[in-house]
Each structure stands twice: as C-alpha cells, then as structure tokens.
Design a protein around this ligand. Structure first.
Ligand code: FES
Length: 118
C-alpha cells in the first residue's frame, strides 16, 4: 500500500528524515535526488539512524559507526573497532553482530514521496 511519507522539498540531497508510517519507524534518505526508505533502528543496537551521516548511498550510524547501503539495507560493516586498550567488548563478539536493515520501495510523484508498505 503506497503511503504518503513526505514532500520531496523536505529532503535536500544528502538529507534524511524520520517518519512513522503504519506503526513503522523509517528513515527517508535522499541520495542525489533518488529517495530510499530504510528502517529507523540500527541493526546493531537500535540507534536512531537519521542522526547519523549519509555519504552517497552509505548511511553511518551515529552511535558506533556501523554502515549500511541504503539501496539494499545491507550491513556493510559493524561497530567501529575500539582501541586495543579499550575496556569495550570486542566488536567481533557475536553479541555485537549487525543485521542488515529492512528497506521499503519508494515512489515519487508530483513532489511527494510515497513508501510502499506491506
Ligand atoms: S547502534 Fe548503530 S552501530 Fe551500534
């Protein structure tokens, strides 16, 4: 079901916007005029991804810097490694595994961004 999510003017290229549609929290992303929708919660520890950085099609989490491909939701990397003398746990620990993000089809029509929700 196509659901209105935002006006295109609300998202400049490189911009992100959190929206709640049909009870789902998503982040809309504008990569050079193409719009994408991914789930809002980071696949590592649920940080709000719209607070991260969008560089091209790579979304970087603001908390531990896991990176995702907004086109597919694929987790490209997990949390950033800590310094060897850190007391933080090893990011290779399975408990810190990073899952890929769910993505949603997007359609743009007459300046409006629609997300196709299942
Ligand atoms: S919560 Fe996103 S990398 Fe840890």
């Amino acid at each position: 079901m196509l659901t209105k999510a935002a006006e295109t003017s609300e998202l400049l290229p490189g911009g992100m916007k959190a929206v709640t549609l049909g009870g789902r929290e998503l982040v809309l992303c504008n990569w050079e005029g193409a719009f994408y929708a991914v789930e809002r919660a980071c696949g590592h520890a649920n940080a709000r991804l719209e607070r991260g950085a969008l560089t091209g099609w790579i979304l970087t989490c603001p908390l531990h810097y896991a990176q995702f491909d907004i086109r597919s939701g694929e987790a490209l990397s997990g949390p950033a490694p800590k310094a060897p003398d850190s007391k933080h746990p090893d990011p290779a620990d399975p408990a810190l595994a990073t899952r890929s993000l769910r993505t949603y089809p997007v359609k743009v029509e007459n300046g409006v961004v629609y997300v196709d929700l299942p």
